[in-house]
Design a protein around this ligand. Structure first.
Ligand code: COI
Length: 366
């Protein structure tokens, strides 16, 4: 990678950091001082810059609002024991962002600018990284169409914006989930594997209905038969059976979670058998009734590893006893410790941001 990619840095005159209560960080509320951003026009990305965060002025005819060309990512940065910021698997995130872009007929973002821009951005915002075990600096890359145009066609201009938010846990307690047997999230051939805004918008109504009945999330099923499990709202899903761990295989209708992939690597490395397969809800229920379904948990960047204490399927509650949550807790610890550099990073997943701003020519920093 080039050392001096042209990414400019303009700092805020006064940081807001003193206004933030780092002992109370609900997810998604506080934003740092700056963003990393770039614009696409005339067939290429340009104006890569880190600048103060401020509201955008957007024309009501903005195409992203009308036709949904909006994709995003979720990433986390934490501090290692030496106080250096670490990014987690940024190469996988840009790969997924660009797969989402392709599916939504949006332009790919150059990987080297994504990684270098993130390193510089996180290095600049490192004082915002919370120190608590369950906390992190959440990074939200977003790409949106920016043409002002009414009529369905791909936009010719786009904006990439990476925001950063100091956050605590996304789910602060174990989850009660409902297996959905009426609405669907995604079908094969659709956009289920893309991290596009519409997937989340479409999930809101069924999720609201489930919440009104006391559930925290929905377990989405494959359409028509409602027999095979897909994912759980904001997360992929894993089930620990007596002798193996199963998770739905990536069919194209499921988000290819980067935490999901990391968990599969770590579990196999711990000696567990992990099978990616079609997960039949009737077989899960039968295993539960035989006492062979022991743990269920969700995984995601925001959610990390989220325990499920109850999973409702039709008129049956599968309850998961907290005293059996050994594996999920061990796993959470293992992933946390790789992310924060406390254990060996044998797969080379973490990337330090140290020195990233020194690579910028001094005249480039205002
Ligand atoms: C994430 O896990 O980072 C997500 O993007 C899920 C959610 C917060 C929308």
């Amino acid at each position: 990678m080039q050392d001096h990619l042209p990414i400019s840095v303009t700092r805020v005159a006064h940081s807001r950091i003193g206004e933030v209560d780092f002992n109370h960080l609900p997810f998604g509320v506080e934003f740092t001082d700056h963003i990393f951003t770039a614009d696409y026009k005339n067939g290429s990305w340009h104006d890569f810059r880190i600048e103060p965060l401020k509201p955008l002025s957007v024309h009501p005819g903005n195409m992203a609002w009308h036709y949904g060309q909006a994709i995003f990512e979720g990433m986390k940065a934490v501090l290692n024991p030496q106080g250096e910021p670490l990014l987690f698997r940024p190469d996988k995130h840009i790969e997924r962002l660009n797969n989402s872009a392709l599916r939504m007929s949006m332009p790919p973002f150059p990987k080297e600018f994504f990684i270098q821009g993130l390193k510089m951005f996180v290095e600049l915002e490192k004082h915002w990284i919370p120190k608590g075990e369950d906390s992190a600096l959440y990074l939200r890359p977003l790409m949106i169409a920016t043409d002002t145009h009414v009529g369905v066609r791909p936009s010719q201009t786009y904006k990439l914006i990476v925001m950063a938010l100091p956050v605590g846990p996304y789910y602060s307690k174990p989850l009660n989930v409902l297996v959905q047997t009426k609405y669907i999230r995604a079908v094969e051939g659709g956009v289920g594997y893309a991290k596009t805004a519409g997937n989340y918008g479409a999930a809101m109504y069924p999720t609201r209905l489930a919440k009104e009945k006391g559930y925290d999330q929905i377990v989405w099923m494959e359409p028509k038969e409602f027999r095979y499990v897909q994912e759980a709202g904001t997360m992929n899903i894993f089930f620990r059976l007596k002798d193996r761990i199963v998770t739905p295989m990536l069919t194209g209708a499921i988000l290819p979670g980067i935490t999901r992939d990391s968990i599969i690597h770590v579990l196999r490395d711990m000696g567990h058998t992990v099978i990616e397969q079609k997960v039949d809800i009737n077989e899960l229920l039968a295993a539960y009734k035989r006492g062979e379904l022991i743990e269920a948990f969700g995984s995601g960047t925001a959610a990390m590893v989220a325990n499920i204490y109850n999973m409702r399927f039709e008129d049956f509650d599968m309850r998961f006893d907290e005293s059996n949550w050994e594996l999920s807790l061990e796993l959470k610890r293992a992933i946390t410790n790789i992310r924060n550099g406390k254990t060996e990073d044998k797969w080379g997943w973490t990337m330090s941001t140290t020195g990233a701003l020194e690579a910028v020519v001094a005249s480039n920093i205002q």
